[in-house]
Ligand binder design. Structure first.
Ligand SMILES: Nc1nc2c(ncn2[C@@H]2O[C@H](COP(=O)(O)OP(=O)(O)OP(=O)(O)O)[C@@H](O)[C@H]2O)c(=O)[nH]1
Length: 184
């Protein structure tokens, strides 16, 4: 059995887009309805993907806006990024693009393992951003894209499964399409 791989993932995005809710849904399997702005929280979870164990350290960051100074700690020893906007908020979609630019500047690379997530997809009546817009943005970054709802455990799990796959890809460990990824 291979040794677990330690991977540190930062969850970034505008305020109130559901960064904590997605992280808690993944780690604890529950949806938190109340809104408690995050300063910064770290969660640990051991997951197994295709027979490889991953010791994940998830950094749930404080919501940022276009004026926030991008903390240097968000670029140090981070292996992958989950960039979250809310499909109900145009502002959060604009901010996620600014955050991505700041992130690349800070890490000094043209590409880092990233999943762009359009959260709150369950709020159909309030939707402002179409899935195609998110997909187009993620494609322009060379990142993965998906929509999620922190109310559904399955989509929260999928978010973190996708970032593991992006990190593995960056490490040269590509997965053939026919071999489906399973998170235990
Ligand atoms: N309907 C719905 N509500 C959500 C979803 N995700 C989060 N929420 C709600 O949105 C609010 C903000 O969620 P948080 O997870 O605290 O957002 P955050 O991005 O961590 O916020 P900051 O810590 O301020 O950056 C809470 O009331 C959540 O219950 C979702 O997928 N669907």
């Amino acid at each position: 059995m291979p040794q677990p791989k330690h991977r540190k993932i930062a969850v970034l995005g505008y305020r109130s887009v559901g960064k904590s809710s997605l992280t808690i849904q993944f780690v604890e399997g529950q949806f938190v309805d109340s809104y408690d702005p995050t300063i910064e929280n770290t969660f640990n979870k051991l997951v197994s993907v295709n027979g490889q164990d991953f010791n994940l350290q998830l950094v749930d960051t404080a919501g940022q806006d276009e004026y926030s100074i991008f903390p240097q700690s968000h670029s140090l020893d981070i292996h992958g990024y989950v960039l979250v906007y809310s499909v109900t908020s145009q502002k959060s979609f604009e901010v996620v693009q600014i955050l991505h630019d700041k992130l690349l500047d800070m890490v000094g690379k043209v590409q880092v393992p990233t999943v762009l997530v359009g959260n709150k997809k369950d709020l159909h009546m309030e939707r402002m951003i179409k899935p195609e817009e998110g997909k187009k943005l993620a494609d322009s970054w060379g990142a993965a894209f998906m929509e999620s709802s922190a109310k559904e455990n399955q989509t929260a799990v999928e978010v973190f499964k996708r970032i593991i796959m992006e990190m593995e890809k960056a490490d040269g460990n590509t997965q053939s399409e026919d071999k489906k990824c399973a998170v235990m």
